[in-house]
Design a protein around this ligand. Structure first.
Ligand code: HEM
Length: 464
């Protein structure tokens, strides 16, 4: 519902139009139907309200791509270009405000953005370069993480029930985060649990504070003693990056890894509900499934806002300078102009989807996120001879969110493959955690203590 602060203000453009709330039960159950309704009524761009705040919702493929590419720099990602925000009309407690105000590369333009983005690209390069030592080490670690997670599930017996979201798809990227960050496994568990809390809402404010403090400490440690890890490579690429700036960039990892967990869930769902897929799941075939799921059910369904710097025509409307536009990737993929062209198999290939963004803010980690998804799904299908959804697809619970399309749980019935013993590595007997984050590029490889990790996962299993 739009509050009086909007209707009482200068009544023109966006706020003078009837606004449909985006986040309703209908949207949670079936966003595609809501997109279709909006598209029929308004065309490729619709006026909506997001948690009480008026926003334009772009769902046309051409419009979304055009804004992402931002060819003539008409669009800004900086919140201070939002007219309603500058005029104090956005309530201080509006739930999305803290995210949009974040001082990191995702919310800057121009030179400042290019500098921070350059640090990300350089920091991720060693992990994404095929055949590099760091990429190979990361790949081995990913396989081990998958096996550890399956090992904990298997403690429930050779056949049984599991929640593959909580016990597999979501913790896996967090384990990868610890590897990328280059933290000791003991202290890494605190980070891991706080990232989990941050994303799940339970003690989210406390988790944010602790995570920020830990990442700031990590930035300081890495500046003094570099390792083969993302923060060290980022410092190397941009030595003038302050510890505070680096910590703020690294805070973004939680969100990105959450999208990765969501994508993995969506791919697992596709793989276990489509029996034909299981027969031919080579690496290449799984990569293609990841690509198709990213198109049909993008984990990051809608993006944070862009603000018009000048008045601009979009769809059937004129967008006033300072208006916010939310880009809908899911909506753009369903646009008949795009989907229709795909169906006819013409110039627009399935690779022309926008799940990784486009233009100056395009995801610098597509290869890594695709590899994580491919390994996680391949390993899971190797380890289990049977995986059947425990709920019909219409009853699967989705997380209510303006941005992600993510399963809250993915309950399955499973049977382990005979070839997999499922015995997790022995616990070490609880060694004390070190007082500070230590530089450690080993990521809990064979022979290193893993008691905290296993305990954490067992707790997840019990709290399902
Ligand atoms: C399935 C997983 C992922 C998806 C779907 C995804 C998608 C995206 C998209 C659509 C954007 C553009 C946002 C915009 O234009 O507003 C983006 C940006 C970004 N992504 Fe990813 N991403 C994923 C995983 C990751 C991972 C694992 C990392 C890091 C390890 C990462 C790092 C980034 C960064 C740093 C940006 C900001 C780039 C910039 O503003 O220049 N992403 N991602």
């Amino acid at each position: 519902m739009i509050s009086e602060r909007w209707t009482a203000s200068a009544v023109e453009g966006l706020i003078s139009l009837p606004l449909e709330s985006l986040l309703t039960g209908d949207y949670e159950a079936d966003p595609a139907l809501v997109h279709e309704r909006l598209r029929t009524r308004y065309g490729p761009v619709a006026p909506i309200d997001v948690m009480g705040v008026p926003v334009w919702f772009a769902m046309g493929y051409d419009e979304v791509l055009h804004i992402m590419q931002n060819a003539r720099e008409v669009w800004s990602k900086r919140v201070d270009h939002w007219r309603a925000y500058a005029e104090g009309r956005v309530p201080a407690d509006w739930p999305l405000l803290a995210l949009l105000q974040a001082d990191n590369s995702g919310f800057h333009d121009g030179e400042r953005h290019r500098g921070l983005r350059g640090a990300w690209i350089a920091g991720l390069r060693p992990f994404q370069e095929p055949g590099s030592e760091q990429a190979q080490r990361l790949e081995r670690a990913m396989v081990r993480y998958c096996d550890d997670l399956v090992g904990v599930i298997a403690e429930g017996g050779p056949a049984g029930s599991a929640d593959l979201a909580a016990q597999y798809a979501r913790p896996f990227p967090l384990l990868v985060a610890n590897h990328l960050l280059g933290v000791t496994i003991e202290r890494g568990e605190e980070l891991l649990e706080d990232q989990w809390r941050l994303l799940d809402g339970a003690d989210s404010a406390g988790a944010y504070q602790r995570l920020h403090a830990a990442l700031l400490e990590l930035a300081t440690v890495k500046r003094q003693r570099r390792g083969d890890d993302l923060p060290s490579y980022m410092i190397e690429a941009k030595p003038d990056l302050t510890d505070e700036e680096l910590a703020r960039e690294l805070m973004m990892l939680s969100g990105f890894l959450d999208f990765t967990g969501s994508l993995i869930c969506n791919v697992i769902l596709e793989a276990i509900t489509n029996p034909r897929l299981r027969e031919s799941l080579s690496v290449g075939a799984i990569e293609e499934v990841v690509n198709r799921v990213a198109l049909a059910n993008p984990a990051l369904a809608n993006l944070t806002f862009r603000y018009a710097r000048t008045e601009v025509k979009l769809g059937r409307f004129t967008i006033a300078a300072g208006d916010p536009v939310m880009l809908s990737i899911a909506g753009a993929h369903a646009d008949p102009r795009f989907a229709g062209a795909l169906a006819r198999d013409t110039i627009r290939s399935t690779r022309a989807h926008l799940a990784w963004g486009a233009g100056p803010h395009r995801c610098p980690s597509q290869r890594l996120a695709t590899q994580m998804s491919t390994i996680a799904v391949r390993r899971l299908l190797d380890r289990f001879s049977t995986l059947k959804p425990a709920l019909p697809s219409g009853r699967l619970p989705w997380r209510p969110s303006p941005f992600v399309r993510a399963l809250r749980a993915l309950p399955v019935h499973y049977e382990l493959s005979r070839s997999f013993s499922g015995t997790p590595r022995p616990e070490s007997g609880g060694e004390p955690s070190p007082p500070a984050l230590k530089d450690a590029t080993q990521d809990g490889g064979d022979g290193r203590p893993r008691s905290g990790l296993l305990a954490f996962l067992r707790r997840l299993r019990r709290t399902q």
